[in-house]
Design a binder for this molecule. Structure first.
Ligand SMILES: Nc1ncnc2c1ncn2[C@@H]1O[C@H](COP(=O)(O)OP(=O)(O)OP(=O)(O)O)[C@@H](O)[C@H]1O
Length: 248
């Protein structure tokens, strides 16, 4: 099977800064330097995402799901390891990332879609469709800083799907929109899936994961615990959660 995304032995560390040096000795030893600890958000992770499949990422808060998506979309770079991506990527990651707050919705559509590789002409052609999907006709010429989080998401989702990506990365954004928009987004995601787009989605909604995904990756403390059949992997993850909760 053809691969859309290949993640090989990827490690991502962050620094956790600790209290300022307080004693005289510490101040002399660490003169001018702040103490920090290194923390593994992803620890030697390898995973192949097959072309045309929808893959869910599950795991507790802080397990490394968003970090993995950010590495795939090259917002972050790994400390070691390698990530290969085959095709045009469109990502819906942090809410409103890529939007400029002082620009209007319309201006942000142009800015965002051109960053994702569309020409001005292509965006002109798609503009009405993008605005209409977002249902923000009445607000499209207002600066996006006046938008609610749901309105941000609507616009971001509409732009992300309009660029006809080969690969779509979605991080938990569905939870932000209202119910009717969530359904509309899910329907659109299913259409893209059926059209052969490779999708990687982070969600804490296991019903969405089971309904949508062909495969699921379970991350725990930055390591892959399992990767495979959605029902099995979700069950295993839930069992592990129960074990941890009852042992406390
Ligand atoms: N820029 C950063 N600087 C320092 N630590 C970070 C940074 N980004 C993420 N982390 C840490 O890395 C770990 C993994 O974070 P990540 O956002 O990938 O988790 P997640 O599984 O997506 O969690 P959630 O379900 O809460 O969204 C967390 O402990 C987080 O605090």
């Amino acid at each position: 099977m053809e691969t859309a995304i290949k993640v090989k032995n990827v490690t991502k560390k962050f620094r956790i800064y600790q209290e300022k040096n307080s004693t005289l000795k510490e101040r002399l030893v660490y003169a001018g330097r702040t103490k920090f600890k290194e923390f593994f958000a992803l620890d030697n992770v390898s995973v192949d995402i097959p072309k045309g499949k929808t893959v869910g990422l599950i795991g507790k808060n802080g397990s490394g799901k968003s970090t993995l998506l950010k590495l795939i979309s090259r917002i972050l770079y790994p400390n070691s390891g390698e990530i290969k991506v085959y095709g045009r990527v469109s990502s819906l990651l942090e809410l409103g990332a890529g939007f400029h707050p002082d620009f209007t919705g319309r201006e942000n559509i142009y800015m965002n879609a051109s960053i994702m590789g569309l020409s001005k002409k292509e965006i002109d052609k798609k503009l009405n469709e993008i605005i209409s999907f977002s249902e923000l006709e009445d607000f499209i010429d207002n600066p996006v800083r006046s938008y609610s989080s749901g309105m941000y998401t609507r616009l971001a989702f509409s732009v992300a799907i309009s660029v006809e990506p080969d690969i779509l990365l979605i991080d938990e954004v569905l939870a932000v929109g209202d119910y009717s928009f969530q359904i509309k987004c899910l329907d659109r995601i299913k259409l893209l899936k059926n059209a052969g787009v490779t999708i990687v989605i982070v969600s804490h909604d296991h019903n969405v994961i089971k309904e949508l995904c062909d495969l699921v990756v379970w991350l725990k403390h930055g390591k892959i615990m399992n990767y495979g059949n959605p029902n099995e992997v979700v069950e295993q993850y839930l069992e592990d959660l129960c074990k941890v909760n009852t042992s406390v």
